[in-house]
Design a protein around this ligand. Sequence first.
Ligand code: HEC
Length: 227
Amino acid sequence: MPPRWLIFVALLATVAAVVPFTIIARVRATPDANRGVHIFQDMDFQPKFKTQTKNPLFADHRSMRPAVEGSVARGETYDDTHYWEGAVHGDWAESLPSRLQLTEAFIKRGQQRFNIYCSACHGYSGYGNGMVNQRAMALMSSTEGPVMGTRWVAAKSLHDPLVREHRLGMIFNIATKGIRNMAGYQGQITTDDRWAIACYVQALQRSQNATTQDVPPELRKDLPLLK
Ligand code: HEC
């Protein structure tokens, strides 16, 4: 058995032997245009103008060029505030943007998306009693006090008189950007679908406050109480 210190020295030497190779590997893998010996070019030297540098080619000597006058962006612009934000001339829109059409299928689509994305908190019928809301309220009112510091703002009832006054564009905007404690769903739900949801929310609101006037006359005779 060799002495203890010798084993120690041998171990240390083994570890230290790796260090120079590590440094070499590291340096070789790091791009650096100022290195003395440049074995790998790595596109380090290119004739080009960097941003904010001088460029004698142009009269104003700027490398960064302003967009050519009259350029048109590829893809879509976001000028249509009606479609993208639900606002027309700075006020909430009352109607659908012209590129969308109000059909039964559109509202059904809205219902399906609402049931997926909104009902968890607002409930299927919109009274704010979705499962997530119920669970959070139960945790809040647990006999031992709020469980693990649960904090929850109850999901609003969509049939609250104030919410019923929201115009279509505002409901769309709430689904898009959120409001106060509610997060927006811009990232999860497509723009068309957020409009469909907004239409469905209005249909839902109307359904909960319907009068006989909402029933077409030819169908009224089928309502038992109205005969
Ligand atoms: C994670 C739970 C949750 C989900 C999911 C959710 N909401 Fe909400 N919503 C809330 C809460 C909480 C409030 C009340 C926010 C507040 O008062 O701070 C609210 C408020 C609202 C309001 C009323 C705003 C007002 O003027 O007071 C509307 C309208 C609404 N939500 C629509 C929707 C729609 C449409 C969806 C689906 C795209 C949706 N919500 C999904 C939690 C949720």
